[in-house]
Write a protein that binds this ligand. Sequence first.
Ligand SMILES: NC(=O)c1ccc[n+]([C@@H]2O[C@H](COP(=O)([O-])OP(=O)(O)OC[C@H]3O[C@@H](n4cnc5c(N)ncnc54)[C@H](O)[C@@H]3O)[C@@H](O)[C@H]2O)c1
Length: 307
Amino acid sequence: MTTILVTGGAGFIGSHVVDLIRSAGDTAVVIDDFSKGSRHNLAADVKVIEASIADRQAMLAASAELRDLTAVIHCAAQASVVASTEDPAHDLHVNVAGTINVLDIASAHACPLVFTSTGGAIYGETAPRPTPETAATEPGAPYGASKAAAEIYVRLWARKDGLPHTICRLGNVYGPRQRGDGEAGVVAIFATRLRDNEPLTLYGFGEPTRDYVHVSDVARALVGAIGTSGTFNIATRTETSVREVYELVRTAVTASTSGDPALAPLRPGELQASCLEIALAADVLGWKPEVTVATGIPSTARALLGD
Ligand SMILES: NC(=O)c1ccc[n+]([C@@H]2O[C@H](COP(=O)([O-])OP(=O)(O)OC[C@H]3O[C@@H](n4cnc5c(N)ncnc54)[C@H](O)[C@@H]3O)[C@@H](O)[C@H]2O)c1
């Protein structure tokens, strides 16, 4: 029997990771402070330690409480680019100091850790596309900077402890249970605004592109990456514009809204374009995405609205 600690397990991606672990007959234990996550995302019998990863004493107590830990999948984070620009110190505290505390849990249990970094926010605006893992990290916002710093600690702890920690740089993840403030939040925002016939805005005048990857593919990559050291982009190698996402959602929810969305410039820290190379994950992890944007975005929009 395998026991895997999922930090941020009550959140969007973490809760899908928990489901996947349990569907294989293994045990998932969650650490979450419920700042964004919800118990509704978890089955009633999942063990949850309610605490902040940034609280060192609480993490030492949690580590002492855990038994037979075989791996850590670290999803807990301040995960909003916009929030990171408004309060960079909080972003730093949770995403870097918190990651050190989680790394120390992995050290204490001598088990591998998989870190959920970002591909959308860590590479610079001038990076080649599709962007390989070898490209320079030149984040445009504190969120990407904190993830880049945390990656350095993950690699340092891996060397220090001789453990095969893994870094997964995720594209813009979408799927059931996502909220509007994540990196792929537009799917949730568009679906709810269109349903409620509320005004909505396409930032960047609808032109920015992202590499959207379905949460089921991401959960499979994170669990499959346990014990394989290295840094991997987890995405689809496909660029989709904000306007294309809007059209896919609008068609799926058969909105009664009339009129076009408002257009506005990008907000501070937001990228114009992102698309990630995924050949390394295919070669080393044997992972490939299975869900395309054309099917995944409409089904997500309908699931988010409970259709
Ligand atoms: N959603 C995306 O498109 C995307 C893209 C790239 C990387 N990521 C990364 O994947 C991970 C999961 O993101 P998500 O989209 O599921 O976000 P989310 O906000 O839904 O999940 C994060 C979870 O962490 C919890 N959390 C936040 N701060 C905490 C703290 N101090 N202590 C304990 N728990 C805390 C939240 O309550 C939430 O349950 C994050 O590390 C994020 O940076 C997400």
